[in-house]
Design a protein around this ligand. Structure first.
Ligand code: F6P
Length: 360
C-alpha cells in the first residue's frame, strides 16, 4: 500500500471531453486502492492564488457520475500566465509565489496536473520553483503534445468533426454546393486530417501543408467534370491565406484563430463560380459527452498518474504509445510540438485516396 498521501489534482488550459473521467479514475484509485486523500483544486493555478485556495475534497461518493460528463468539474482557465499575470490596474505581476504558498497551505504530497503543452510547461516551471512533486496528464483536442501519440479529448473532437462532415455531405449533394468545414486544432492539423479522411472530405487543408488555390479549384472542376457537383472541404483553423497571413478574430481584446473557412470559401466561389457555404464547428468540438475511447484513455491515464505518485516518480507525464500507457519526462513532452507527420500514414492514406491536400 505504501505511505499515506494527500494529493492534489487540477485541470488547466482549454477544457475537452474526458477530463472528468481522469478525475474519477484518479480519485477511485487513490482513495479506493491506496487509501489516500484527494483534493481537487478549482480553476487551475488561479484557484491556488486565492487565499484560501479554492478546492473540492473528493471521495468515492462524489465522483460517481463523472465518467460521461463533458467539461471539467474543477473548472479551468487558458488565460493569465502566472509569470506575467494581468492585474486589474493593467499591470502584469509574477504570481507564482502566491500559487506555491496556496499549494503548501493544502499540505499536499504531490500534484496531478492535467494540461496541454502550454499548461504543462507553466506548471512544471512553477513546481520546480516551489519544490512541488508534479505528475502530468496530456489533454487537448489539438493532439499536439509531444511524446504521446494521443492526448485526452482528441478522439471526441475527431468524432464530432467527422459527424459534422457526414451531416454536411447530404445537404451539399442535395444543393450541389461546396461545403467548407472549419475545425479547431491550433497549429496542428490532426483533427482536420483525421476527421477529413474519416468523413470522406474531397479537400483537406492543414497548416503543415501550404496550398495553392489553383490546385483546390482544379480539384473541384475535375469533380464537376465527372458529374459530382458538390464538394466537401475540411479546413484547419491555422491554415493561412495565400499571402501567408493567419486569419484571426479579435474576441474581447484577444486574437483567436477563426475565419479561414470563410476566406477559402470566397476564393473558391470567385475562381470556380461554385456556390459555397461555410460551417465553423468551434467549441462544439470541445464540449459534450466524451467518446468511449476518451473515457478509456482518461481512465487509464488517471490510474497511471496515481501509480507514478505511489512510486514517487515525479516530473513525469503519462503518455500513450504502442497501445500502452507509459511515462516520459515532462521536459521531453513539452520540448516538441507534435504536428502532423508529413511522411506518416494519415498523409499517405489521404494522398492514396486522391484527397486533395492543397499542394498537388
Ligand atoms: O487548444 C484548444 C483550442 O480549442 C484550440 O483548438 C483553439 O484554437 C483554442 O483552444 C480556442 O480557445 P478558446 O477556448 O480560448 O476560444
Amino acid at each position: 500500500m505504501g505511505t499515506q498521501k494527500r494529493i492534489g489534482i487540477l485541470t488547466s488550459g482549454g477544457d475537452c471531453a474526458g477530463l472528468n473521467a481522469v478525475i474519477r479514475a484518479a480519485v477511485r484509485h487513490a482513495v479506493g486502492t491506496y487509501g489516500w486523500e484527494v483534493v481537487g483544486i478549482r480553476e487551475a493555478t488561479q484557484g491556488l492564488m486565492s487565499a484560501p485556495p479554492k478546492t473540492i475534497t473528493f471521495d468515492l461518493g462524489n465522483v460517481d457520475s463523472l465518467l460521461v460528463m463533458g467539461g471539467t468539474v474543477l473548472g479551468t482557465t487558458n488565460k493569465g500566465n502566472p509569470f506575467a499575470f494581468p492585474m486589474p490596474d493593467g499591470s502584469v505581476k509574477d504570481r507564482t509565489e502566491e500559487i506555491i504558498a496556496g499549494y503548501r497551505s493544502l499540505n499536499l504530497d504531490a500534484l496531478i496536473g492535467i494540461g496541454g503543452d502550454g499548461s504543462l510547461a507553466i506548471l512544471r516551471k512553477i513546481c520546480q520553483q516551489g519544490g512541488i512533486n508534479l505528475v502530468g496528464i496530456p489533454k487537448t483536442i489539438d493532439n499536439d503534445v509531444g511524446a504521446t501519440e494521443l492526448s485526452i479529448g482528441f478522439d471526441t473532437a475527431m468524432n464530432i468533426a467527422t459527424e459534422a462532415l457526414d451531416r454536411l455531405h447530404f445537404t451539399a449533394a442535395s444543393h450541389n454546393r461546396v461545403m467548407v468545414l472549419e475545425v479547431m486544432g491550433r497549429d496542428a492539423g490532426h483533427i482536420a486530417l483525421a476527421a477529413g479522411i474519416a468523413g470522406g472530405a474531397d479537400i483537406i487543408l492543414i497548416p503543415e501543408i501550404p496550398y495553392h488555390i489553383d490546385v483546390i479549384c482544379d480539384t473541384i472542376r475535375r469533380r464537376q467534370a465527372r458529374g459530382k457537383h458538390f464538394c466537401l472541404v475540411m479546413v484547419s483553423e491555422a491554415v493561412r491565406t495565400q499571402q501567408g497571413e493567419s486569419v484571426t478574430l479579435s474576441q474581447q481584446g484577444e486574437d483567436r484563430y477563426g475565419g479561414i473557412g470563410k476566406y477559402i470559401a470566397e476564393e473558391i466561389a470567385q475562381h470556380t463560380g461554385a456556390e459555397t457555404r461555410v460551417t465553423v464547428l468551434g467549441h462544439i468540438q470541445r464540449g459534450g459527452i466524451p467518446s468511449p475511447f476518451d473515457r478509456l484513455l482518461g481512465t487509464m491515464f488517471g490510474v497511471a498518474a496515481v501509480d507514478l505518485i505511489a512510486q514517487e516518480k515525479y516530473d513525469q507525464m503519462v503518455a500513450w504509445r504502442n497501445r500502452q500507457v507509459i511515462h516520459v519526462p515532462i521536459a521531453e513532452a513539452i520540448q516538441t510540438y507534435q504536428t502532423v507527420d508529413l511522411e506518416g500514414s494519415f498523409v499517405k492514406t489521404a494522398k492514396a485516396l486522391g484527397i486533395c491536400l492543397g499542394d498537388q
